[in-house]
Write a protein of this length. Structure first.
Ligand SMILES: [Zn+2]
Ligand SMILES: [Zn+2]
Length: 490
């Protein structure tokens, strides 16, 4: 049978009834329980049932309520994220309040298989991984010689080729296995955060993008698919079976060690005081930030329907001419820190040179000063004061730069302006988002084998982050509900 869409009010009624039946009318929550109770009470998840109805057949027994399955998964992430899901089922048996808040009667808790059946429906393709398990044998990679905290260097040619290829087919919409999850997340979670004003200017988003290592195993595991070894043949070229085919080895620059897993590239609403995540993407661990950004930016612009993206705020690892080209094509203003390895000035064909930071240098070697923007002619004016001596002109030497000549060196918002500083400072929101997911919500404790389950966990944690923000921002209003749920609390 197809599941019945249970209105959220019916869930609330069920929770009240169960709590009273079990604990009497005078149940009292301890203060630490209230945030969880209120988040469940206030979050309508019935949209997931509506969305997944078509994935259930008309026949057979009535399935578990999908909204309750999802809610239970969130309660698990809120309360016991460092444990496994098998343990979560046991915890619900021991702690009836968690079962009740999920929407289950404590005498009738679903088993582990029911959870996996539910997750399967949020993942529209047969394979739980994106690449096949059987792959040609991978060569061992050389350890990069990076300094501590330094990311692997980017190959600019690679990013340029990728962007050129992407721009040729930028309107071609390729479906991704994570689309069902994003659709639910956008229509049921992001839309509420937008309504509550928690995404900043959601009609014209400012987005911070950054990648973080997601460790799944210490080493890549694989086994032979042939019996060559037993027959005494070594070094054959037969495929091997990889248990995590979408993962590969990468270098974790902050922990200074190799790991096997993913590179999680996250978009965060940069104007949001709550550092709210908006779009996750799993890439193989070896992938560079700049390459991940290209894929995420194209996919996000195709999928996000609640507004447009106005700005993209990225660290110096993304400083490549091709990234500017892509973002400007997408009508997004890039705010990217310069990665100035070069110390030499750039020649201009006149007697003025440009410093690696994009500042004109007069023939006497003085850094010129910004002197306003000429809107009509789309150019920025620079000057040297008369006392520099590089010019006989009454007000000193002038020079003009135009963004379209070099958007990297002469961005629309100048790098040394207050406006740039204020906007660029919001980039750290992406670091806080990643930290929250990994430290507070134990993202890496997932111990999953499949990309499908890793996406479930990431989206689950992202939903928890939004619910946390709803609670913090609406606390006074939500706290008034305590006396409806539990009259003795008032
Ligand atoms: Zn073989
Ligand atoms: Zn001068």
């Amino acid at each position: 049978m197809k599941p019945t869409v249970i209105p959220h009010a019916a869930y609330q009624h069920f929770v009240m009834e169960q709590l009273h039946a079990r604990y009497g009318r005078a149940i009292l929550f301890v203060n630490a329980d209230w945030p969880l109770v209120l988040k469940c009470w206030q979050t309508d998840l019935s949209g997931v049932t509506t969305q997944l109805r078509t994935t259930y057949s008309n026949r057979g027994p009535e399935p578990r309520d999908p909204a309750s399955m999802l809610r239970s998964y969130l309660v698990y992430l809120f309360t016991n994220p460092e444990k496994g899901l098998t343990e979560w089922v046991n915890i619900m048996q021991r702690t009836p309040i968690y079962a009740i808040l999920s929407g289950f009667s404590p005498d009738d808790i679903p088993g582990l298989g029911t959870f996996y059946d539910f997750f399967r429906r949020l993942w529209p393709v047969a394979d739980k991984n994106i690449k096949p398990n059987k792959q040609p044998k991978k060569k061992k990679k050389q350890k990069p010689k990076n300094k501590k905290g330094e990311k692997a260097p980017m190959k600019p040619g690679k990013v340029q080729r990728l962007v050129t290829w992407v721009l040729r087919s930028i309107d071609v919409h390729v479906e991704l296995p994570g689309d069902r999850l994003f659709h639910f997340f956008e229509t049921n979670i992001l839309s509420v955060s937008k309504e509550l004003g928690l995404l900043g200017d959601a009609d014209h988003l400012s987005i911070a993008g950054d990648g973080t290592p997601l460790v799944t195993q210490a080493y890549r595991r694989s086994k032979a698919t042939c019996d060559c070894r037993a027959r005494g043949i070594t070094g054959c070229n037969h495929h091997r079976y990889y248990s995590q085919p979408d993962c590969d080895p990468g270098w974790d620059s902050s922990r200074e060690r190799y790991f096997n897993g993913y590179h999680l590239y996250m978009f965060t609403a940069a104007d949001s005081p709550h550092d709210l995540p908006v779009y996750p993407r799993l890439q193989p661990a070896s992938r560079h930030d700049a390459v991940s950004l290209v894929a995420s930016s194209v996919e996000f612009q195709q999928r996000f329907t609640l507004g447009t993206t106005r700005r993209m705020i990225l660290d110096a690892a993304h400083d490549a001419q091709a990234i500017y080209e892509l973002l400007i094509h997408q009508e997004i203003e890039p705010f990217i820190d310069l990665n100035t390895r070069s110390k030499t000035n750039i020649e201009t064909g006149s007697d003025i040179e440009i410093s690696p930071e994009g500042i004109p240098i007069c023939p006497k070697g003085t850094k010129m000063k910004p002197n306003g923007y000429d809107k009509a002619r789309h150019r920025r004016k620079w000057r040297c004061p008369p006392d520099c001596g590089c010019s006989d002109a009454k007000y000193g030497r002038t020079y003009y730069t135009r963004t379209q000549d070099d958007p990297r060196l002469f961005p629309n918002t100048p790098r040394d302006s207050k406006a740039w500083e204020l906007i660029y400072n919001t980039r750290t929101s992406s670091e806080r988002t990643n930290k929250r997911e990994k430290v507070d919500y134990h993202l890496e404790s997932g111990r999953h084998q499949s990309t499908m389950m890793w996406y479930m966990r990431i989206y689950g944690i992202m939903i928890c982050q939004h619910l946390d923000a709803w609670y913090v921002s609406q606390k006074e209003e939500w706290d008034l509900l305590k006396k409806d749920i539990c009259p003795a609390a008032a």
